[in-house]
Design a protein around this ligand. Structure first.
Ligand code: GA4
Length: 335
């Protein structure tokens, strides 16, 4: 018997648009970084959603549009030229395949280390026809976004009433910080509306939480991003190309002993417009111990997590599937 191969498009993950998906409520928390109430609102957003949007962020819009233009130029190159940009895995150019364990999505991307100068510079020299322009745009963008991420982390420390304001931000500022940067391109996907007679949505990037401390996302004006609420429902995040979206990562959940929750999120492909996003993942040095901050432990409060280093967490993350709950292996069993 001859096994018929599935049409290529059906080999991708889909999600049914269920009634649990709400686009109206609740509203994504909005933080104006220039306002005095920013720190209080950030704490509330991290506790309730692990996610918020920031305006008045101080990142020049020109840095954003310059990097976006370079990314668009790169992604419109012929495939063999894009493939020149890596491996070594997990870094470089990737197409449809995400991570090492068989996850796929309707996405192509560039992934690279954001901190180790020499690695980054060597990698950028492989990009497109004018790597110098790409390098300039990337350096400007990364330093402005890293600065903003650190300001946000300092507002968090302040809001949590931790004396040492840089307790989180110093992890990103460290020369050895293991931060990553990702440029994603979600091409418009073929019309899949009527597949099986169900309203299907193709997955651009499957649901997951980010392993790092904080992620700073900016996208063009194409929708697709969704976050999961505590009750398991999904809400669509209206795109806003002039703002940034902040995700609490697993490591920040542990540093706050579960007070902040890392946010589960995903991206659905769009049938008509292409989506371009750029995400800075702020991570600690590999040798850093990730454990609840003593300053946050009240009375006899116990750590919810076993002790581990960022290296150990990352190693475990890279042996997981995208949608897995990675923190579960590090939770303490309480009698
Ligand atoms: C999710 C967040 C970042 O995009 C990323 C991803 C990484 C990858 O694409 O190589 C991972 C994923 C992410 C978590 C689990 C592992 C590793 C793919 C995957 C299946 C760069 C990261 O740091 O973790």
């Amino acid at each position: 018997m001859v096994a018929l191969a599935k049409p290529a498009i059906q080999q991708f993950p889909f999600t049914k648009t269920s009634c649990k998906t709400s686009t109206l409520f609740p509203v994504i928390p909005l933080i104006d970084l220039s306002k005095p109430d920013a720190k209080t609102l950030i704490i509330k957003a991290c506790e309730e959603f692990g996610f918020f949007k920031v305006i008045n962020h101080g990142v020049p819009l020109e840095f954003i549009s310059r990097l976006e233009a370079e990314a668009v130029k790169f992604f419109s190159l012929p495939l063999p030229e894009k493939e020149q940009a890596g491996p070594p895995r997990p870094f470089g150019y990737g197409n449809k395949s995400i991570g090492p364990n068989g996850d796929v999505g309707w996405v192509e991307y560039l992934l690279f280390t954001a901190n180790q100068e020499s690695n980054l510079q060597r990698f950028v020299s492989l990009l497109g026809k004018n790597p110098e322009k790409f390098r300039g745009a990337l350096n400007d963008y990364l330093s402005a976004v890293k600065k903003m991420a650190c300001e946000i982390l300092e507002l968090m420390a302040d809001g949590l009433k931790i004396q040492q304001r840089n307790v989180f931000s110093k992890l990103l500022m460290d020369e050895q910080s293991d931060s990553v940067f990702r440029l994603n391109h979600y091409p418009p996907c073929p019309d899949i509306q009527s597949l099986n007679g169900i309203n299907n949505n193709m997955i651009g990037f499957g649901e997951h939480t980010d392993p790092q401390i904080i992620s700073v996302l900016r996208s063009n004006n194409t929708s697709g991003l969704q976050i999961s609420l505590r009750d398991g429902s999904w809400i669509s995040v209206p795109p806003d190309q002039n703002s940034f979206f902040i995700n609490v990562g697993d490591s920040l959940q542990v540093l706050t002993n579960g007070r902040f929750k890392s946010v589960r999120h995903r991206v659905l492909a769009n049938s008509s417009k292409s989506r371009v996003s750029m995400i800075y993942f702020g991570g600690p040095p590999l040798s850093e111990k990730i454990a609840p901050l003593p300053a946050l432990m009240k009375g006899h409060e116990q750590s919810l997590y076993k002790e581990f280093t960022w290296f150990e967490y990352k190693k475990s993350a890279y042996s997981s599937k995208l949608a897995d709950n990675r923190l579960i292996h590090f939770e303490k069993i309480v009698a």
